[in-house]
Write a new protein. Structure first.
Length: 209
């Protein structure tokens, strides 16, 4: 029996990482030491911790694997006969033709135009007004009500420029921005009942643009 101690942002993620490290065994057991905890912004404040217990690969299985690996390393001495060679060339040519891009039809062009039109309408005035109010409430709850910001829309992209950094540590501020952007998109989807699949939000600090 072997075991791996693994930490991650969730129990499921910890189990997945440990399973891959162990070589993806078919039989294993899990012991949970602690569950993950998150703060009000959705950031992980305490990671999940588990013990992944599994059986090692038997010696007989290892020998079989090694035997097949040695066989694959040996050079091939046989060459395809003329008929087999022509068949292989024909199959290779068919694969190349299948993988080559096909010209766009009028229907495809029309569909692409429709998608482009939807993308251009992603960030409407109504969406921007919602973001403005929502972000002001978030900054006020975090104690950053003195920090000003502006919105800049570019098709599916919404850029938010802050007048000053929220956190002196650039790495921590980047992590905070990522969580704020995620919560903002979730709030927009819930408010407007739209998936916003192509929507993107980028937050930029005043002195780190």
């Amino acid at each position: 029996m072997k075991s791996i101690i693994q930490e991650a942002s969730s129990i499921a993620k910890a189990v997945e990482l440990a399973w891959i490290k162990a070589g993806k065994p078919q039989q294993f057991s899990i012991k949970i030491f602690q569950e993950s905890e998150k703060n009000f912004l959705g950031m992980t404040s305490k990671p999940a911790k588990i013990a992944f217990i599994f059986n090692d690969v038997p010696d007989s299985t290892s020998k079989v694997i090694k035997k097949h690996a040695d066989q694959l390393k040996q050079p091939r001495t046989s060459h395809p006969q003329p008929k087999e060679f022509k068949k292989q060339e024909r199959e290779r040519s068919e694969r190349i033709q299948e993988s080559s891009p096909t010209p766009k039809t009028p229907a495809t062009i029309s569909k692409d135009s429709e998608i482009a039109a939807k993308i251009s309408l992603l960030w409407t005035t109504e969406h921007c007004d919602f973001v403005q109010t929502w972000l002001q409430d978030i900054l006020r709850s975090l104690g950053y009500q003195h920090v000003k910001f502006s919105l800049d829309t570019q098709k599916q992209l919404l850029k938010i420029h802050f007048s000053a950094p929220l956190i002196n540590d650039a790495a921590k501020e980047k992590h905070l921005f990522r969580n704020i952007a995620f919560l903002m998109l979730q709030s927009l989807r819930r408010e407007f009942k739209r998936p916003l699949r192509h929507a993107r939000v980028v937050l930029l600090s005043g002195e780190r643009q």
